[in-house]
Design a protein around this ligand. Structure first.
Ligand SMILES: [Ca+2]
Ligand SMILES: [Ca+2]
Ligand SMILES: [Ca+2]
Length: 445
């Protein structure tokens, strides 16, 4: 009797352990607290789905015990690493949409994009979406806190279940991207740079983006400004997570000579605009510089408007100064300080942050360039800075880049990232800086 009771208890314990084990596994909850990052999963990480048609895929996350499709998109890159852009703007004739060489199948260099806020708990296999033929479990880890979350890339026979949520819209008629955080429009004359930025309902904050270069050759100064850019809109790819938009750009020098045109793809998310630039320096500038006594100083940034009484801070002087059409002692002192990593301008319920990254390649590996950055800051409506559309600098903020004449031959990477922040609270820039500094780790089996 006693023995029988004992056996019964042990039996029950074993049975309840067997039942508990899978549910304990499934109960591995999301501990990731990051909200603002986008996540890029390389095709190479989706080993079960690789080679399958992208049109049959969907991305899932587990919320409240249920697997649900989340917003995502898959963007292809060609074997040589160029974006495959599938749509031509209706305003432009003669552009041929592109296809990847595998004709729409997932391969190693294609990218699955989603937002970290949509990730979920870990999913037990018995909760995998019905009809899924292949599932890749992707683990996302915050390297700062160890917080974890999961998403699941799934292939179906056809008609994959999709989320109907979208974070961004590309209005091709206006050449404008629209999100709940911001609207950014591009002038037909110079579609590479925004001429209109509204954050969280603000009026247009941009006079124009400015690029000013002064080169001295044998002591003679040459000036280049953004009016000498010849920029043309090209193909794009739009999805619920991001818009990849290509322009083709050349620079006119001395009104007669035009550089070869280079394709630039800017990537717009719901809260971030990413401007990666890959430049190939065709010759050893340092050698030429010595021969021709060449020195080059470039300033790139934005001349703003409609920012009266907004506040400004940057890593070179991390205290708020006020934009009020006058340069106080602190503003004068910080102007010209470096190295400049980021600056942030805040207004009521919103902020605009810009960061330039020169110290890494597009895959995140370190890059060493002889370039230095300094803050350019002028808050003065009387100080004209032509060519401009709104006279005066209210404020005009940017990066002074030095050392261009020391560049060596080769390929270099240069990223500008714009953060368009809705409901900004003082100190939020820290969480936006971690997006690049401590990127979310993406792992798969
Ligand atoms: Ca590819
Ligand atoms: Ca492909
Ligand atoms: Ca101006």
């Amino acid at each position: 009797m006693k023995n029988g009771f004992f056996r019964l208890v042990v039996g029950c314990l074993t049975v309840s352990f067997l039942i508990a084990a899978p549910s304990l596994w499934a109960a591995e909850k999301k501990t990731m607290t990051r909200q603002d990052d986008f996540v890029i999963i390389m095709g190479s990480k989706a080993k079960t789905n690789i080679g399958k048609p992208i049109a049959n895929m969907s991305l899932f996350a587990l919320h409240n015990g249920q697997a649900k499709p989340i917003p995502f998109q898959i963007d292809e890159k060609s074997p040589n690493g160029d974006w495959v852009l599938t749509t031509a703007p209706s305003s432009i004739k003669g552009l041929k949409p592109e296809t990847d060489e595998d004709n729409g199948r997932l391969d190693a260099n294609d990218q699955v994009a989603c937002m970290i806020k949509d990730s979920g708990d870990r999913m037990d296999k018995n909760l995998y979406p019905q009809g899924a033929l292949a599932v890749d479990e992707i683990t996302l880890t915050d390297p700062l806190t160890g917080g974890k979350a999961w998403v699941y890339l799934c292939s179906f026979a056809s008609n994959p279940p999709l989320s109907n949520v979208s974070y961004i819209k590309y209005n091709t008629a206006k050449d404008q991207v629209e999100t709940s955080n911001y609207i950014m429009g591009f002038p037909a004359k110079m579609p590479i740079a925004p001429g209109f930025i509204s954050i969280n309902g603000s009026p247009n904050l941009i006079d124009r983006m400015k690029i000013r270069v002064v080169a001295h050759i044998l002591g003679i100064p040459y000036h280049i400004n953004e009016n000498q850019f010849v920029s043309k809109l090209s193909l794009y790819k739009a999805g619920p997570i991001r818009v990849i938009r290509r322009t083709k750009n050349a620079i006119k020098i001395f009104k007669i000579f035009q550089t070869p045109s280079a394709a630039v793809e800017n990537i717009y998310y719901g809260n971030i605009a990413s401007i990666p630039i890959r430049m190939t320096v065709p010759l050893n500038v340092a050698g030429v510089a010595k021969m021709f006594a060449l020195s080059v100083e470039a300033t790139g940034g934005a001349d703003f408007q409609n920012m009266q009484n907004w506040q400004f801070k940057s890593n070179v002087y991390p205290h708020w100064v006020t934009i009020n059409n006058s340069m106080d002692q602190a503003e004068k002192a910080m102007n010209g300080k470096g190295p400049l990593d980021w600056f942030c301008i805040k207004g009521p319920n919103k902020a605009f942050m810009i960061r330039i990254t020169l110290d890494r390649k597009d895959d995140g590996t370190p890059q060493v360039l002889p370039l230095t950055t300094k803050l350019y800051y002028v808050d003065d409506a009387q100080a004209l800075d032509p060519p401009e559309d709104i006279p005066g600098q209210t404020p005009n903020v940017g990066y002074i880049i030095d050392g261009i004449s020391k560049l060596n031959k080769g390929t270099m990477y240069f990223f500008a990232t714009l953060y368009l922040i809705k409901d900004y609270n003082d100190g939020d820039e820290k969480t936006y800086l971690t997006i690049i500094d401590k990127p979310i780790r993406v792992d798969s089996l």
